[in-house]
Design a protein around this ligand. Structure first.
Ligand SMILES: [Zn+2]
Ligand SMILES: [Zn+2]
Length: 148
């Protein structure tokens, strides 16, 4: 996803409404690796700008997705999640707290048989397990314990 300033520029170019609400959402989404749902983003946004509507959040997310700034992620947790990380990557879902993290793809997937030529439009591997905050405490570093 582009920076909030660049996004503001793009919205102006496309003659889309550039309201303070939208700009707040750009800021909240930029480099956001928590894969928020529309509802959770709305919750955070409401704290900073009371009165923002869920509708505005949905609309802005939809526009950004259409512009290729966000991808929709379905990790089987019910609500659709939004991800400003447009690189190919997998996802990890914590079974305990529901956190969704990015998992880097180390090697290009290879197809068996056929010509081997294919274009990936979406990657859909989801790892399930426990995140660092939810694994038994024994393996935590002192730094992580201090954070809690
Ligand atoms: Zn967890
Ligand atoms: Zn992701």
């Amino acid at each position: 996803m582009h920076s909030p300033t660049e996004l503001a520029e793009k919205f102006r170019e496309k003659q889309l409404k550039l309201t303070p609400q939208r700009q707040l959402l750009f800021g909240l989404l930029h480099q956001n690796d928590s894969h928020p749902s529309a509802e959770s983003l709305f919750e955070v946004a409401s704290k900073q700008m009371p009165g923002i509507s869920l509708r505005t959040v949905y609309q802005t997310l939809g526009e950004l997705a259409e512009m290729g700034e966000l991808q929709l992620v379905d990790v089987g947790t019910g609500a659709k999640r939004f991800d400003p990380n447009m690189t190919d990557h997998h996802h990890f879902v914590c079974e305990s707290c529901g956190a969704v993290r990015d998992v880097e793809i180390a090697a290009k997937p290879k197809m068996r048989g056929g010509s081997g030529k294919f274009v990936i439009s979406q990657v859909g591997v989801v790892f399930h397990g426990r995140c660092e905050n939810c694994v038994p405490t024994a393996k935590r570093s002192p730094a992580q314990q201090a954070k809690k």
